[in-house]
Design a protein around this ligand. Structure first.
Ligand code: BTN
Length: 340
């Protein structure tokens, strides 16, 4: 988009269709919004199709944006996604060590809430609990968002639950039965599709100056793109659906959903997040093995409490809160006395 001019008619069409998500928008509604005739809208849709945007159209259905061109420059998504903060500024890189580290540096230098760093490839992608995140070039999504929430630092971890819900809901809208394994692994059919890493910036007077939310999502990776040790535990959208989707489409849906949930968390607090997280979770209602650096034990996963800790009931009936650990789901839970 040229500086100083408003969005073009084609950009407006795209952003209205993005707002529509999986729903069709009628030709008349689109024509009204743009102040154009339906045939002028049609001409612009045809021009977008020639540029690689897949738009479903029919006289009775209207229009639906099916996919974006894979090669769409990341910075150009800002003009299309219609968010007020998330992705308003996008920094894209071919290769970084970790997008979380680049985002942290930008945050220290004053980058605003919602600014986002995305890379084609990470050389030292970071996972939870000091692990690495496999980040081959060009197939998957690796991005980090700078958040400056108005939250006491001890409530910042709620944002991982906000984000996990946003990721899982976006995937379900794309037709993938994604589930969340506590605290924030994104799984499909028990295999890992994505993960989230939340890192806190410095604090002043109990308020985190900023939080870096890093998200990795396997989009178009094939089995052979993963190293052998990951092939039986990792999956991608392509592997689980058989369909390849462009990374810009998945990212734009995700950023919109993330903003919706961040806004909701800002106005309504953690409770609606907790409820949606619980409905999307594959952990609750199962027997789990909890592993920390120092111990390992089993129990029934009952729920998450108001701070996001996993509440696990031991065989004797006593409950424990799990704040930081790896949790393996074993099978549906049994009653504590083992009679059922
Ligand atoms: C996990 O499940 O262990 C968390 C994985 C988080 C990976 C993402 S990819 C983008 C961002 N940059 C990183 O170095 N890590 C996160």
């Amino acid at each position: 988009m040229a500086e100083g001019t408003g969005p073009s008619e084609e950009e407006l069409i795209l952003s209205f269709l993005m707002d529509g998500g999986e729903e069709h928008t009628s030709a008349e509604a689109l024509a009204d919004k743009l102040g154009l005739s339906p045939s002028a809208v049609w001409k612009r849709v045809e021009s977008l199709r020639r540029k690689g945007f897949r738009i479903d159209a029919g006289p009775a259905r209207g229009y639906r944006l099916v996919d974006l061109p894979e090669q769409l420059p990341w910075e150009e998504l800002s003009a299309l996604i219609g968010t007020h903060d998330v992705g308003r500024v996008i920094y894209s890189y071919e290769e970084v060590d970790s997008t979380n580290d680049v985002a942290r540096q930008l945050a220290v230098e004053g980058a605003a809430h919602g600014e986002l760093v995305i890379a084609e490839q990470q050389l030292k992608g970071k996972g939870r609990r000091g692990r690495s995140w496999f980040s081959p070039p060009g197939k998957n999504l690796y991005f980090s968002i700078i958040l400056r929430p108005d939250l006491p630092a001890e409530r910042a971890p709620e944002l991982t639950f906000v984000s996990a819900v946003a990721v899982a809901e976006t995937l379900r809208e794309l037709g993938v039965k994604a589930e969340i394994k506590w605290p924030n692994d994104i799984l499909v059919e028990g295999k890992k599709l994505g993960g989230l890493l939340l890192e806190l910036g410095s604090q002043s007077e109990g308020i985190a100056d900023f939080v870096i939310l890093g998200i990795g999502l396997n989009v178009n990776a094939l089995d052979e793109d993963f190293p052998p040790e990951l092939q039986h535990v990792a999956t991608s959208l392509l592997l689980s659906t058989g369909k390849s989707l462009s990374r810009p489409l998945v990212a734009s849906r995700l950023w919109n959903k993330l903003e919706e949930w961040l806004d909701r968390h800002g106005t309504e607090g953690f409770e609606p997040v907790r409820q949606s997280w619980s409905a999307l979770s594959s952990t609750l209602g199962t027997k789990v093995r909890v592993k920390t650096d120092t111990e390992e034990w089993e129990g029934n996963a009952l729920g998450i409490d108001a701070s996001g800790a996993l509440v696990v009931q031991l065989p004797g009936g006593e409950s424990r809160r799990v704040v930081s650990a790896d949790v393996e789901t074993l099978r549906p839970s049994e009653p504590p006395d083992g009679t059922g």
